[in-house]
Design a protein around this ligand. Structure first.
Ligand SMILES: Nc1ncnc2c1ncn2[C@@H]1O[C@H](COP(=O)(O)OP(=O)(O)OP(=O)(O)O)[C@@H](O)[C@H]1O
Ligand SMILES: O=C(O)c1ccc[n+]([C@@H]2O[C@H](COP(=O)([O-])O)[C@@H](O)[C@H]2O)c1
Length: 214
């Protein structure tokens, strides 16, 4: 979708959700929540592209504590995932680490995170970025019907997943990026290169800490 079409869509989506203010003075804040196990260039590219196309003031990277509906056993520790996110976003003034889910602990429901953020920053307008693989699970999300009143859901296509949902999703056109944390972990276990898939600083960190070797 071209930039102008996205702009029109977003203004319409704001009008359709009166509970979200349409004031242009509000800060537009993107959120990329994830396990980041590990963070890869796919995360950075989609966050930058969405920020650019939607004119976001910043994007919060929010590593989860315990992700809902996912087997977390193979995950690096919270401290290490946080450290890798910090390395990944370093140098991008629009990107910010937010540790509210790690600080809260327990299962990281997005609804709870949005309630917390809105309490702290009632004047921000929130855009929650999700990859196409997550969209099919939205009906199972905690308090999803209330959540969609608090945020704009921004969808980014992921290969093999349809761009379809009964929920209001603003699809942003980003080049399909076939990088996943699952593939990165597989590569580490099979001695394959991570170059151009993960930032060099994160590759160094993974090596230094001996992460994801079985
Ligand atoms: N290459 C990608 N293209 C589009 N969206 C992505 C991509 N990689 C991750 N995302 C999205 O970023 C968010 C956080 O992703 P997450 O940290 O779970 O990474 P992942 O690569 O999906 O991990 P895993 O392979 O372990 O499931 C999710 O909404 C996910 O759909
Ligand atoms: O709130 C929920 O019920 C919910 C269910 C599944 C995923 N999420 C959030 O969606 C984001 C991406 O999830 P994941 O599993 O791909 O890392 C992350 O921030 C999760 O907390 C949230």
């Amino acid at each position: 979708m071209k930039r102008l079409a996205v702009k029109t869509l977003i203004e319409k989506s704001v009008q359709d959700m009166p509970q979200l203010s349409s004031s242009r003075k509000k800060k537009r804040v993107g959120i990329l929540g994830g396990t980041f196990n590990p963070p890869h260039l796919g995360h950075l590219i989609i966050a930058e592209e969405v920020a650019d196309q939607l004119g976001l003031d910043k994007v919060l990277f929010i590593p989860d504590s315990t992700p809902p509906h996912v087997d977390h056993k193979a995950a690096a520790s919270a401290a290490k995932r946080k450290a890798m996110v910090e390395l990944s976003i370093a140098g991008n003034p629009r990107f910010e680490l937010n540790t509210c889910e790690l600080d809260r602990g327990g299962i990281s429901y997005t609804y709870d995170t949005l309630q917390e953020l809105r309490l702290r920053h009632p004047d921000w307008e929130y855009y929650f970025i999700i990859g196409g693989d997550m969209v099919a699970y939205l009906p199972k999300w905690h308090k999803i019907n209330e959540l969609v009143k608090l945020v704009h859901l921004v969808g980014v296509a992921r290969s093999g997943y349809p761009k379809k949902s009964n929920y209001p999703i603003l699809w942003v056109d980003v080049p399909l990026i076939e990088i996943s944390s699952t593939d990165i972990r597989w590569r580490i276990q099979h001695g394959c290169s991570l170059k151009y898939l993960v930032l060099d600083s994160v590759i160094d960190y993974i090596r230094k800490e001996g992460l994801y070797r079985v």
